[in-house]
Write a protein that binds this ligand. Structure first.
Ligand SMILES: Nc1ncnc2c1ncn2[C@@H]1O[C@H](COP(=O)(O)OP(=O)(O)OP(=O)(O)O)[C@@H](O)[C@H]1O
Length: 455
């Protein structure tokens, strides 16, 4: 165009900032709208995820119409948010095309005058407008890019919110690997809070030795789970310290610490893969014999073999194709395979039948043998098995000792025993209910120790 006539080139060049300014203006308009789309998409994901994951609760409470109305409301909000974006984007291309058409009109006006004056050939004018019209394609792309860029910016902002979150729990630079430990756990004057000013654990201290069982008991919200979560360092203590074999757990690498610890919690999570992969989770090259031995010890082998595919049976998402008791025993087999020195257990098996409970109890006893066991106790059988029971109240240890001692003393344990546990005593005939009755029944003092009762 410059070769034909410098003025044509100037018209084309001067229109460029206008194109760019328009694109940027539209981009600025689109960005908050795109952020809103992202927020609405997230809200719809949550609504759908909750409705589907909690489908049984929804059905049980006959809340389908309300749940559907909620999803509908959120989906409509997303639809409207997209519509607002579409409205602005729909302006983009026509405005850019209008600007281009104005530039072409200006060229025709200037060039047309010159053609009439005879200072420009008609062919040159046609060529110049043709060149300008060639800008249409890149302009279309610019309009598309504007929309895309604002969408990426809104999405990126949310993504970086997550990526930039620094983990609260950090390994120290000089963290050592914890090699095979004996499993001596010492919780030393530990205080903990999730939120500043709201203490959850207060001055908790205890020692747990290898081969012993320490049970946590307390009313709901007293801090039992929190205490269990501090040992594998899911959270750091707010003050005080926790040691394993006299090593502060903050001085060792997280992976090596957690390799020493096996956890079987109430809400056992299984992955959607085979039973075999769930048992060997996180370990390579585990032999078939080891897997079967672990499953047998966890009293899981028999029910696994009843499935047509045995150990290759595919477990549904979060283990939904298995019963609660089966899931728990697979989780125990997982713990057996890892052979941890420290075991953290939640013995809640309220949702299983008596026979399964008995099988789980047997598996638990076998799993605990020779290890340091910390157990969130729900049942009398477990409490009687424990060498030490720590009774927690509002994050503080208010009583400690074996069942036979605590049940004799007035206080929280006695109250819990009377209110919740005594009914279970009828099924515990094999075990003495107090130190005195053990002695009265002719057992030696040694034989009445929890370790012996376990044996
Ligand atoms: N992730 C968290 N963030 C903030 N507060 C929490 C968190 N987890 C637990 N809490 C609070 O800490 C307190 C102790 O909770 P914790 O789960 O340890 O109690 P618990 O004794 O195990 O109760 P339960 O027997 O009902 O399981 C509760 O008041 C609870 O609300």
């Amino acid at each position: 165009m410059a070769w034909l006539d410098l003025r044509f080139a100037l018209v084309a060049l001067l229109s460029m900032p206008l194109f760019l300014g328009l694109a940027m203006g539209i981009g600025a308009l689109l960005r908050p709208l795109q952020s809103h789309v992202q927020a609405c998409t997230a809200e719809l994901s949550v609504a759908l995820q909750e409705s589907l994951a909690g489908i049984r609760v929804v059905k049980a409470f006959a809340r389908e119409p309300q749940q559907m109305a909620h999803v509908d409301r959120v989906a409509t909000a997303l639809y409207e948010a997209y519509l607002r974006v579409a409205h602005v984007q729909a302006l983009n291309l026509p405005l850019l095309t209008l600007l281009l058409s104005l530039a072409i009109a200006l060229t025709l006006y200037i060039g047309g005058q010159q053609v009439i004056d005879g200072t420009l050939q008609l062919g040159s004018l046609v060529a110049a407008t043709g060149y300008l019209a060639q800008l249409a394609q890149p302009l279309r792309r610019l309009s598309w890019l504007t929309g895309m860029a604002s969408r990426c910016q809104a999405g990126g902002a949310r993504l970086f919110e997550v990526l930039d979150t620094s983990p609260q729990l950090r390994e120290r630079p000089y963290a050592r690997d914890l090699t095979r430990v004996e499993g001596r756990v010492h919780v030393d004057h530990v205080n903990f809070h999730y939120t500043d000013g709201v203490p959850v654990l207060r001055d908790v201290s205890f020692r747990a030795e290898p081969g012993t069982v320490t049970a946590f008991l307390g009313s709901t919200g007293s801090g039992k789970t929190t205490l269990a979560h501090l040992i594998p360092r899911f959270y750091d203590v707010s003050s005080g310290r926790i040691t394993v074999d006299d090593m502060d757990i903050r001085d060792v690498s997280l992976a090596s610490l957690r390799r020493q610890i096996g956890m079987v919690m109430q809400d056992t999570l299984l992955f959607s893969t085979t039973i075999r992969d769930n048992i060997t989770y996180g370990l390579d090259d585990v032999s078939e014999e080891v897997i079967i031995a672990a499953a047998k010890a966890a009293r899981a082998h028999d029910f696994i073999m009843q499935f047509p595919d045995g150990y290759d049976t595919w477990v549904g998402e979060r283990g939904v194709t298995l019963s609660g008791g089966q899931r728990q025993r697979i989780a125990m087999a997982r713990a057996f395979v890892r052979d941890p020195r420290v075991l953290i257990l939640d013995d809640a098996t309220s949702s299983v039948d008596m026979e399964t409970e008995w099988l789980i109890q047997q598996a638990l006893t076998e799993l605990m043998a020779g290890r340091t066991t910390l157990i969130i106790a729900q049942r009398l059988r477990t409490l009687k098995m424990a060498d030490t029971i720590l009774v927690l109240e509002q994050g503080r240890i208010v009583r400690r000792g074996p069942h036979c001692e605590l049940v004799e003393q007035p206080g929280l344990y006695r109250r819990i025993y009377e209110l919740q546990l005594r009914d279970q005593d009828g099924t515990e005939t094999a075990l003495p209910t107090s130190c005195n009755s053990a002695l009265a029944s002719g057992d030696s003092a040694l034989a009445s120790s929890p370790a012996d009762r376990r044996a």
